[in-house]
Ligand binder design. Structure first.
Ligand SMILES: CC(C)(COP(=O)(O)OP(=O)(O)OC[C@H]1O[C@@H](n2cnc3c(N)ncnc32)[C@H](O)[C@@H]1OP(=O)(O)O)[C@@H](O)C(=O)NCCC(=O)NCCS
Length: 189
């Protein structure tokens, strides 16, 4: 599928969501393991609601949500690279005065553990700092979500603080929220 790319990486890229991908996203996001650290167990997701979300996204100046795309065919002597949707990276709550925002991400479950999230987040950071000209990103992680902390730490985020027993997850009870931050340059910039 032809689509504008926002960032092209070695194994994954970031691109513009296509409306026809909404049903696929809806199915993949409904996975209970994908949802467990996103703290919205009480919500009922309707397919129609996802279309509303998509329509809102196009007008939302405070967010940039991008499709994470697997570069298929790359490295096999092919110059034409096909892309398969495997998840999402979002920059939310963009504050143009303080020049900060919050980073979020998720991959469809079958693509976990291959380093794709680490690369997708690095592309999201590059977009936030180089294109949006932000100076700082934050990310919030429920403590048992070790894979997410690892993705952030591999991208240079540092732990800035924690909110104790902040979220309730059925299988863990009350868990801490870890607050990570990443400055573009020095902390004094
Ligand atoms: C968080 C998420 C994006 C990570 O995706 P991923 O594909 O596993 O990420 P990567 O493969 O790039 O890196 C994961 C790292 O975490 C490590 N990891 C995974 N599970 C772990 C665990 N239980 N304990 C410690 N480290 C763990 C992996 O070993 C890997 O590190 P390595 O490359 O040094 O080996 C994915 O699990 C996801 O989409 N989860 C659901 C949504 C979500 O929680 N989003 C984040 C909200 S803050």
């Amino acid at each position: 599928m032809d689509r504008p790319l926002v960032r092209k990486g070695k194994r994954v890229s970031l691109g513009i969501y296509q409306r026809e991908e909404i049903p696929r996203m809806y199915r993949e996001f409904a996975d209970s393991e994908v949802q467990q650290f996103l703290n919205r167990p009480d919500r009922l997701y309707y397919l129609e609601g996802e279309y509303d979300w998509y329509d809102g996204l196009k007008k939302d100046e405070k967010s940039r949500v991008m499709a994470v795309l697997l570069n298929k065919g790359a490295g096999k002597g092919r110059s034409d690279v096909e892309h398969e949707l495997i998840g999402s990276v979002g920059i939310h709550g963009i504050d143009t005065i303080s020049r900060n925002a919050e980073l979020g991400y998720l991959l469809f479950r079958k693509y976990w553990g291959k380093g794709y999230a680490t690369e997708a987040v690095s592309l999201g950071i590059d977009y936030a700092f180089q294109t949006l000209n932000l100076r700082k990103l934050i990310a919030r992680v429920m403590e048992p979500n070790r894979a997410s902390s690892s993705v952030l730490e591999k991208n240079g985020f540092v732990l800035a603080g924690r909110l104790t027993r902040h979220h309730y997850i059925k299988s863990y009870g009350y868990v801490d929220e870890l607050n990570y931050e990443l400055h573009r340059g020095s902390v004094n910039d």
